[in-house]
Design a protein around this ligand. Structure first.
Ligand SMILES: Nc1ncnc2c1ncn2[C@@H]1O[C@H](COP(=O)(O)OP(=O)(O)OP(=O)(O)O)[C@@H](O)[C@H]1O
Ligand SMILES: [Mg+2]
Length: 295
């Protein structure tokens, strides 16, 4: 693990890409799996793109990628081929609805830190290119608290933590926030409650998490509101169409639009600095004790 960390530092220290004109990067994560990260990530990307924001959606699930399935997109090649040097970025990027671009994830890829130097280099180069060329980058992370997920979230700089009202999901979301709070570079954290029966229920859940995070983790959470439970979400998944397109006036679609507004992504324009600097900081900077922990 330590060897891999040194390799990563060396790799990122070599990066000479220009760090200006980068887009905003938001990683969507959860702790517990199956809470709705992918549906929320896709919805946010579509919502931003609808407002004219150039948006790329990265399927950051290195184990069980499925954005292409959800959007009924057909990708011959994916992130796995790119990492292996078998395909260039422009060969794997696909066009999705509303003009979004999608980077299909890999299946069965190992942890980023365990990849060889040249494979990591290809991954970071590709991400850097995407961030430089778009106003907004949404990364849908895999489930669980792994080193790869934490590193992606830290590099993104902004994280949307998704939970449902179920206690198991709440506990895992809190565990994820605890990990962020222990890291040397804590990302800005938003919280949204998906599959809530009502806004009141979501409010109760998020107030509790917010208070606990403030008291025990000294973490100020940004309020991402709620995405309401709606059977049309599942119906849309079966149709392989996102619910915000299949049922634009449904409660879930309306609440998703509110989340996009809270995040301010519909007016997103390129900012200075950003992802590449943070990517470099995450891997090159002082990695301290927290960086050597394994999850
Ligand atoms: N707001 C909602 N209302 C009703 N059902 C929902 C809602 N959001 C998600 N779901 C259901 O939950 C299932 C899981 O959603 P999704 O695949 O987006 O979760 P995930 O967190 O990305 O899962 P994984 O951790 O496996 O990547 C979906 O198939 C969908 O049917
Ligand atoms: Mg998912």
């Amino acid at each position: 693990m330590r060897d891999q960390a040194y390799k990563l530092r060396a790799l990122m220290a070599e990066t000479t890409a220009p760090f200006e004109g980068n887009g905003r990067v938001i990683a969507v994560t959860s702790g517990k799996g199956g809470v709705g990260k992918t549906n929320v990530s896709v919805g946010l990307a579509l919502s931003a793109a609808r407002s004219g924001v150039s948006t790329v959606l990265i399927d950051g699930d290195l184990g069980l990628a499925n954005i292409d399935v959800l959007l009924d997109l057909h990708s011959g090649k994916n992130l796995g081929h790119l990492v292996e040097g078998e395909a260039k970025l422009h060969e794997i990027l696909i066009s999705g609805p509303e003009g979004i671009r999608v980077l299909p994830g890999a299946s069965g890829l190992t942890q980023v830190a365990d990849l060889s130097h040249s494979r990591q280099q290809r991954l970071f180069d590709a991400m850097g290119e995407l961030v430089r060329e778009h106003d907004l980058v949404i990364i849908d992370t895999g489930a669980g608290i792994s080193r790869s997920v934490i590193d992606l979230c830290q590099a993104a700089g902004e994280v949307l933590v998704v939970t449902t009202p179920e206690p198991t999901a709440v506990v895992d979301a809190y565990a994820m926030l605890k990990v962020f709070s222990c890291e040397t570079r804590t990302p800005k954290c938003w919280l949204t409650v998906n599959q809530a029966q009502s806004r009141g229920e979501a409010q109760q859940v998020s107030s509790r998490i917010k208070a606990l995070a403030k008291k025990f983790l000294s973490l100020d959470l940004e309020d991402g509101g709620a995405v309401l439970f709606d059977p049309r979400v599942s119906a849309s998944v079966r149709k392989r169409q996102h619910f915000s397109r299949a049922y634009p006036s449904s409660p879930a679609s309306r609440s998703l639009r509110e989340l996009a507004e809270r995040l301010g992504i519909q007016k997103q324009r390129r900012s200075r600095g950003g992802f590449l600097n943070r990517l470099k900081e995450v891997f090159v900077g002082d990695m301290g004790g927290a960086r050597e922990r394994s999850f």
